[in-house]
Design a protein around this ligand. Structure first.
Ligand code: GUN
Length: 283
């Protein structure tokens, strides 16, 4: 068997074209969706992500504002900026890029964002709503993974999905979203014993560990769908996922490439969340 490589570019461009059309419709009603992105400090990778988010926004016809603050910005200044953006009618989504410098509390910053503008779905109220299946934003990366599976035609209901990783941004919400799609879900993490035994039971395997090429053919069952959320920089400067892509090709039925699939889909869901926040504000 040879795995089908999921064509992220095709999925993303169709999805973004649809978003662009809905943005156009909303603009005709006098509302242009707007996203504010706040970045504190000089982390080069974060600056690249922020640039990509702002560019994607503009390409979709949305308004975007990027606030680049120096590393030594006091927490109070970040909170004051968020408060200003909360009250700004041109802004429907606010995203504060993490990680933040050590002297700033991520918790206080996230909790300062107005619930209806929390397009990351990091605010505890939105996380709670996600848990109980109430309407609201969905966390961008896990929601993007679900969309990829659906677009490819992978049936989720009744399947055993194994998530490797338990972060608040990916692993935990991923498990909840899979559960909402009626999968049977197992979460593995750094303290899991005999991980291979568990991952080999997965019909759908989601790798969100943050360790380059950690998942290989010994972790997967023949025919499994493998989704790679990891994005790791190798010593050579090249990017690699958590999955040893070449090694699993003969065993998996589908596999996502890194880069070029989950990353761009994450940004696409950010656009969707911003559009939906604007639609809710306009209604
Ligand atoms: N840093 C890495 N991923 C993310 C994300 O999805 N949102 C924010 N705000 N920061 C991140």
């Amino acid at each position: 068997m040879s795995a089908q490589i999921i064509n992220g570019k095709e999925i993303v461009s169709a999805y973004r074209a649809d978003i662009k059309q809905q943005v156009e419709q909303l603009k005709q009603q006098g509302v242009q969706p707007g996203l504010a992105v706040v970045i504190v400090g000089d982390d080069p990778a974060s600056h690249v992500y922020v640039r990509n988010k702002a560019k994607a926004c503009e390409e979709a016809g949305m308004h975007s504002e990027v606030y680049k603050l120096p590393e030594n910005t006091p927490e109070a200044d970040v909170l004051a900026l968020i408060s200003k953006l909360n009250g700004d009618e041109a802004i429907h989504g606010i995203l504060v890029q993490s990680p933040l410098p050590g002297h700033i509390s991520e918790e206080r910053v996230v909790e300062a964002i107005a619930i209806e503008k929390d397009v990351d779905c990091f605010h505890p109220v939105n996380v709670g709503n996600l848990m109980i299946g109430k309407e609201g934003p969905a966390p961008c990366t896990p929601a993007g993974v679900i969309e990829i599976l659906k677009k490819v035609g992978v049936e989720i209901a009744g399947k055993h999905a194994v998530v490797i990783g338990r972060s608040n941004i990916v692993g935990k919400p991923m498990a909840i979203l899979l559960l909402r799609e009626n999968a049977t879900v197992t979460v593995c993490h750094s303290r899991t014993k005999n991980m291979e035994q568990i991952t080999r039971q997965a019909d759908i395997l989601i790798a969100a560990v943050g360790k380059a090429k950690m998942i290989n053919r010994s972790h997967i069952k023949p025919g499994a769908v493998v989704v790679d959320v990891g994005i790791n920089r190798l010593d050579t400067g090249k990017l690699a996922g958590d999955v040893d892509f070449d090694d699993v090709l003969e065993t998996a039925s589908y596999v996502t490439p890194v880069p070029g699939c989950v990353g761009p889909m994450t940004i696409t869901i950010l656009l969707r969340n911003t559009l939906e926040a604007a639609q809710r504000a306009a209604s």
